[in-house]
Ligand binder design. Sequence first.
Ligand code: COS
Length: 392
Amino acid sequence: MATIEQDVAGGVSFALTDEQKTLRELAHEFAEKEIRPKEREYDEHSTHPADVIAKAHDVGLMNIHIPESYGGLELGAMDGMVIGEELCWGCSGIGTAIAANGLGHGPVIVAGTEEQKREWLPPLVEGPLLTSFALTEPNAGSDVSGIQTTAVRKGDEYVINGSKMFITNAGHAAWFTLFASTDRSKGHRGLSAFIVPADADGVVVEKHLDKMGQRSTDTSAVAFQDVRVPVANRLGEEGEGFKIAMRTLDFTRPGTAIGAVGVARAAFEYAAEYSKERVQFGMPIAMNQGVNFLIADMATKIEAARLLSWQAGWMIDNGMRATLQSSYAKRFAADMCMEVTTDAVQVLGGYGYMKEYPVEKLMRDAKLFQIYEGTSQIQRLVIARELLMPRD
Ligand code: COS
């Protein structure tokens, strides 16, 4: 098992580079000025944050991992960490709407040919185009190998039929990276990945789904009815789709983990401040051990989750396979975020349960981190397999 201690010559550094500090400041300021003022209203009406996405694109906080050779910033995973924490500190509904684009076009970076990258990546740099990762189906969530959508080759085209569920940004995407079976008899080895333009005949975004939290990220169901795409839109070879999806998720899960850190940090800040102001029994409740132990535990857990996320990001930037560390980070940070936001509601008591106070929203938003990009249970499954039956 790779660890930082074994792999770094010269020890471990927790220092951010000057560039990363600048990125963090930029993202924090953006979250304060562009995201926070809108988060409540957009949450209430489940508004797609097109205006914020466009501004994030303008200032260089979106599609940050696209290589320079295709016009992008080619920022690393650690750079993404410092940005992602701040955006989700602002609002994880809006932050996810921005960050999920990385998941949408991730398979093209992971498995695209030179030609495919030249065709599909530069437009994402030129304008705030959205893309969606179309993996999950009504009957295939955790079990990716159970995908029922089919892609049947007919000459120089594939004909795609099936339904996708819980697809982030689907109602606003320019194209999808879609996973379908090209050979049902082969299970996960029969899955293939495709780029499917959203305006192709037969692509039907069925409905915007009404969620508990992260309500300003659009989540929709999409049907693909006899959709024809050229063979040139297939990513990798037939049968490589499952591994392309897993390799993409290895990269994106630490980014999701750090989003959970941002939400937990926001909840912690509100709760800590409130505990100093709220007076009961003649003293601020922060003086009460029952409360200040909660505050201490919240801070400790946030710090631990950030370090796990950074470890995974650092390993990715140093060219290591980080499947295990990505799942450590995603599992721990998601569960931590649920605990910390619940505790923040507890510190605020009756007020915390009211919509008027921000921690109620943070607790609703937190829940999704335990579900999307692989549930906390799936992360444990990956962790156990990586430890007990390691692959190369
Ligand atoms: N990178 C590269 N290859 C990988 C991999 C990874 N991270 N993880 C697995 N593989 C390979 C395995 O080595 C195996 O290869 P072979 O076909 O050569 O044997 C193959 O992929 C199948 O792996 P495995 O046996 O582990 O597959 P399972 O069907 O048991 O499922 C889980 C694995 C459950 C981990 C996977 O389906 C998963 O991640 N599910 C959650 C999906 C998810 O996150 N959904 C959210 C979508 S985005 S909101």
